[in-house]
Design a binder for this molecule. Structure first.
Ligand code: FAD
Length: 549
């Protein structure tokens, strides 16, 4: 069996190693356009920021180490120019040998990845306008960062946000321009704005809803002009405006591609040609919540798909069930993680949902060092199936999102989260873990035991005669409140029920939603139409940030 793999990094190198573990006899050829294989794409920003100091740490395997351990025929600087699916050959350009030749295959795996988008505005091809994909890009950017000055980053996705932090760490001033109305599109706006606030607090200037229209040379650097009329001087510009699946080879070979722009594969990672498989950023994957195929563009799916493709190529039964686009981004000590679908995607897909916000501590409050998590959970109104989770905080967002991602993959409901048994000691969590709390609050909403109100509904509710009752202490109330609210601390409520108007609904507000829930139950018992502001004043504040930005 002769197996040819195109692309020698995340998906390609993983698949090639797995193929060897499955067969000692197969001839396995790994073709990579660049000079390196198996480098740590996800670590590249941290080399530029000076956190990873040794360039060699980024190189996970060399052609020699792969050849030695796995007996792979690794050919770097070898670009596959074309696939002839009928003849089962690939055309290769060998840059080192300055020649072109054909190689036959029995089975072919494509893992060519995705390339950074270079928007077509004037000046986008200037040598100081860079993208970040590979080790060469990284070295160039590290060199530019070392000269200091101002960097302009175009795009507020994971790479733009990570690079903003790393360039600040190198002492640069940083402007980040994002065409959408929020950074980190995997989060809903009210979850992303607190992240933006932290970044701004660390000196990153963020401009939303604006786009670069031209870049012109100026002195030794550049001048960046935007649609909104900004003129920003820049030592260099980093384009982090998204990536596109590299499907040229596949399309020219007649392979089917999908609506999201990636190569279409079945569950065994086989393309529309029975002898060609494809994995990673170049392929579309079924989204387990949205019910359509998407581009995950993440290392985890690429890795797992590679293993499945290798198994399938060797005749084993292996299936990739789909993606939840589970992801995490770290910035200035904050974790921002998500899995499943955010509210905006559920809305545009027409999928019915309910939602809850909680703001628990990451571990027991009495144990030193606890920090606050901000979590949003989305679930089906009928059966409580979990549809999405987002968590932001200094610590512990990662594990809560990971736990809930697994629950989603298993098709579990919020009731299952309420009952989840998780590892606990005070320095790691709480006996009622944030995962349990998310399930319990969602369960209360689902059962109708808690009638929720959300910050974006408040104006409409007030217009319809609702009263906002703040049940926090007078000190908390004085420090910040929803305009026009009435303050009766929770512990005085039973004795002061006569002060609460019965003319309309009562929206109860506390700091995070817990005291509000108790108060809403007291009021409901007294015959009020009581609703709890889910997530309390903290969620309200996040929505206010949304209005301010
Ligand atoms: P790649 O790993 O990009 O490999 C594709 C390879 O194919 C490339 O080396 C390319 O040169 C080669 N190739 C393409 N065409 C040809 C051809 N015709 N002939 C020969 N070779 C070819 N994901 C996360 O989940 N978490 C992160 O923290 C994270 N951070 C990232 C940070 C950065 C800066 C970048 C760029 C990406 C990051 N990603 C992250 C995304 C992750 O790296 C990708 O999802 C993953 O690498 C995809 O694997 P792949 O095999 O599809 O593509």
């Amino acid at each position: 069996m002769k197996l040819v793999v195109v692309g020698g990094v995340a998906g390609g190198a993983t698949a090639a190693a797995r193929l060897r573990r499955l067969s000692e006899e197969a001839v396995i050829i790994l073709l990579e356009r660049g000079p390196e294989v198996s480098y740590a794409n996800c670590g590249l920003p941290y080399y530029i920021g000076g956190i990873i100091l040794d360039r060699e740490e980024l190189i996970l395997q060399t052609p020699e180490s792969l050849a030695k351990r796995y007996r792979l025929d690794v050919r770097v600087k070898s670009t596959v120019l074309a696939v002839d699916a009928a003849a089962k050959t690939v055309r290769i350009r060998d840059a080192a040998g300055n020649r072109e030749y054909d190689e036959t295959y029995d089975k072919l795996l494509l893992s060519p990845g995705a390339f950074p988008v270079r928007p077509p505005f004037p000046g986008s091809d200037h040598p100081l306008v860079r993208t970040l994909r590979d080790v060469a890009d990284t070295e160039a950017l590290a060199g530019l960062a070392g000269k200091g000055g101002n960097a302009v980053i175009v795009g507020g996705g994971f790479i733009g946000v990570e690079m903003a932090e790393n360039l600040r760490l190198r002492g640069m001033s940083v402007d980040l321009i994002e065409a959408r109305d929020q950074i980190l599109w995997n989060l809903d706006p009210e979850m992303a704005f607190p992240v933006q606030e932290i970044m701004e607090g660390k000196g990153v200037r963020i401009v939303l809803g604006d786009a670069v229209t031209a870049i012109t040379p100026q002195n030794d650097g550049l001048l960046v002009s935007t649609r909104g009329g900004l003129s920003l001087p820049a030592s260099f510009v980093l384009l982090a405006a998204g990536v596109r699946p590299d499907t040229l080879l596949a399309r020219n070979a007649g392979l089917k591609t999908g609506l999201a722009g990636g190569i279409l594969v079945d569950r065994s990672m086989r393309t529309s040609d029975p002898d060609i498989y494809a994995v990673g950023d170049a392929v579309e994957a079924p989204h387990l919540v949205l019910g359509k195929t998407v581009l995950p563009l993440l290392a985890g799916p690429a890795n797992r798909q590679a293993r499945i493709a290798a198994d399938s190529m060797m005749g084993r039964t292996a299936e990739y069930s789909g993606t939840l686009t589970t992801a995490i981004c770290g910035v200035f000590g904050l974790q921002a993680a998500s899995s499943g679908a955010p509210e905006k995607q559920l809305k545009s897909a027409g999928i019915p949902f309910q939602k809850a916000y909680i703001h628990p501590l990451n571990h027991a409050g009495y144990y030193p060092g606890a920090s606050r998590l901000h979590m949003k959970i989305l679930f089906s109104p009928g059966d409580g199936r979990i549809l999405g989770i987002q968590a932001v905080g200094a610590e512990g967002a990662d594990k809560r999102v990971d736990v809930i991602a697994i629950a989603m993959q298993a098709g579990l409901s919020v009731g299952d989260l309420a009952g989840a048994e998780l590892a606990y000691a005070p320095q790691f969590g709480s006996a009622r873990d944030p995962v349990n709390q998310a399930g319990q609050v969602a369960g209360n909403i689902l059962s109708g035991e808690m009638v929720p109100a959300y910050p974006d509904e408040i104006a409409g509710l007030i217009a319809n005669g609702a009263v906002i009752l703040d049940v926090r202490t007078t000190g908390e109330f004085t420090a910040g409140r929803i305009p026009g609210s009435l303050n009766i601390p929770i512990d005085e409520l039973r004795n002061r029920l006569g002060e609460v108007p019965k003319s309309g609904p009562v929206i109860v507000c506390c700091q995070v939603g817990l005291r509000g829930y108790v108060a809403a139950r007291i009021l409901a018992g007294a015959g009020h139409d009581a609703r709890n502001l889910v997530g309390g004043f903290l969620t309200y504040q996040a929505f206010q940030l949304k209005t301010e930005k």
